[in-house]
Design a protein. Structure first.
Length: 145
């Protein structure tokens, strides 16, 4: 069962948490991910899932592993709203979605805002770079709790 504040998400009935390994994903979610990548050194592996619902929103989800341990989960939302799409609006909707589901964000000494638990840190990002374009997403980073 999804417990976002503690870094737990459910994909097709399988619980992903800080102890999940790439082998767990291959064994329990084979055929569910739409893309798998492993760099030649084998240090980094990632799995991409499309159309995963968490609470009331659909996401594209990327699980990233470093040295066999879950490093981060990137959640790219697919909010429904009227009008033309913009990454800034998507970011505001991500913030609102987080607050609706997890309560008010906290501000930390490094000026970041988000949610900390013993196992992870959750926050949303908006990035705009003329070289790379714009992007908005929510991230769960492990071992930063």
């Amino acid at each position: 069962m999804t417990d976002l504040k503690n870094g737990v998400i459910e994909i097709q009935g399988y619980e992903i948490n800080a102890k999940t390994t790439p082998e767990d994903i291959k064994k329990n979610l084979e055929g569910a991910y739409c893309h798998y990548n492993k760099i030649p050194t084998g240090e980094i592996e990632s799995f991409l899932f499309d159309e995963v619902f968490i609470y009331d929103c659909m996401f594209t989800i990327k699980l990233s592993f470093y040295l066999g341990k879950l490093d981060s989960i990137k959640l790219e939302s697919h909010h429904e709203y009227e009008g033309e799409f913009s990454w800034k609006k998507d970011h505001k909707l991500d913030d609102q979605w987080l607050e609706d589901n997890l309560g008010p964000m906290q501000t930390y000494p490094d000026y970041s805002q988000g949610y900390k638990s013993d196992v992870c840190f959750i926050n949303s990002y908006y990035m705009s770079d003329p070289r790379c374009g714009e992007e908005a997403y929510i991230t769960i980073r492990y071992n930063e709790g």
